[in-house]
Design a protein around this ligand. Structure first.
Ligand SMILES: [Zn+2]
Length: 331
């Protein structure tokens, strides 16, 4: 899979024009932003503040989570997501045009992996819930497997919730924080590319804890700020750093967050497939000077055909990719 398969250039350019408009809504409320402790370990000491496109990020001295601070309040975030035009564009253009490649390369392998984990750990398969189901591709894949009696897609964005209903999924159109469900009713909760957006990751984890049955599984996929493309390109140049991604964990800090809130981490992996391609593309577009890194130039440009895939696999196998996946069990 290549970066352009899931983020075609033409669509990405249009998306960025919506994001530039959305950023104005976001920054308009700056005078009400509030300071928060580290979203992973609750530490209050920070270092290395950096301003990226008008947004200030700090790094937790203890666990090195990078987070937007001060940040919009819960109410401001809710209002932002209800108004942001970029989501309509995702729902009506990016997801439909990239659905088959996302299904094949991202969601089918994820569904297979989760099926394997459920079986390995003897988890019951009555109810599965996805927080932030988006276009509904993962839930649809799981439905196809026929292992769960009930699958609930939680999706607060109206256009995306509608796409889930079109796939004949059971949809709850509300933010996860506001769900009113009975405790210990769910066997497995999954959440992909959501936790980096929320006001309080701790609340997301704690609410998941309340809803899960004992020994239930929580599976989270999100960016790893210590992954290859973030480290090599730096925060200013890395795509996906900045607006909306307000909590950027690393493999250790996400583990801390889960363990502090009663989960046991069964597996931490970085199955990302795009780091090498992302850095290569930034170099080819002239945004990143790869000539001062002869080794990277050799691997990512000169000998790309021979080494590209192997190098990406090395990153993925050694917790060095920028996309991480954690499987945790409710103790
Ligand atoms: Zn921390």
């Amino acid at each position: 899979m290549k970066e352009s398969d899931i983020r075609p250039k033409e669509l990405t350019e249009k998306l960025h024009s919506f994001l530039r408009k959305d950023r104005k809504i976001w920054l308009a409320g700056q005078d009400q932003f509030i300071r928060v402790p580290c979203p992973a370990c609750c530490g209050k000491e920070t270092k290395d503040p950096i301003v990226v496109r008008g947004m200030t990020f700090e790094t937790c001295t203890h666990c090195e989570t990078v987070f937007y601070n001060p940040r919009p309040t819960r109410e401001q975030l809710r209002e932002y997501y209800s108004k942001a035009e970029s989501y309509e564009f995702w729902a009506n253009h990016i997801f439909p045009e990239t659905e088959s490649v996302r299904r094949k390369n991202i969601f089918r392998p994820l569904a297979d992996k989760i099926e394997e984990y459920l079986s390995l750990n003897g988890v019951a398969t009555d109810v599965l819930m996805e927080i932030g189901a988006g276009f509904g591709i993962f839930c649809d894949e799981m439905k196809g497997k026929g292992i769960f009696k009930r699958i609930i897609a939680v999706e607060p964005t109206p256009d995306l919730a509608q796409k889930c209903r079109e796939k004949e999924l059971e949809v709850i159109e509300a933010p996860f924080e506001e769900l009113d469900l009975s405790v210990r009713s769910i066997d497995c909760i999954v959440s992909f590319e959501v936790i980096e957006h929320v006001f309080s990751p701790r609340e997301l984890i704690r609410k998941s804890m309340r809803l899960l049955k004992k020994k239930g599984l929580l599976v989270i996929k999100c960016p790893n700020i210590k992954g290859f493309h973030f480290v090599v390109l730096g925060k200013q140049k890395a795509p996906n750093f900045g607006l909306e991604h307000i909590n950027m964990f690393n493999t250790e800090s996400l583990t801390i967050l889960l363990e502090m809130n009663g989960f046991k981490v069964l597996e931490m992996a970085t199955p990302g497939k795009l780091d090498a391609d992302i850095v290569r593309n930034q170099a080819l577009e002239g945004n990143f000077d790869i000539h001062v890194h002869p080794f990277l130039k050799q691997v990512l440009i000169d000998e790309w055909e021979r080494l590209g895939n192997k190098f990406q696999q090395f990153l993925a196998d050694n917790l060095l990719s920028s996309s991480m996946l954690v499987v945790a069990e409710k103790k």
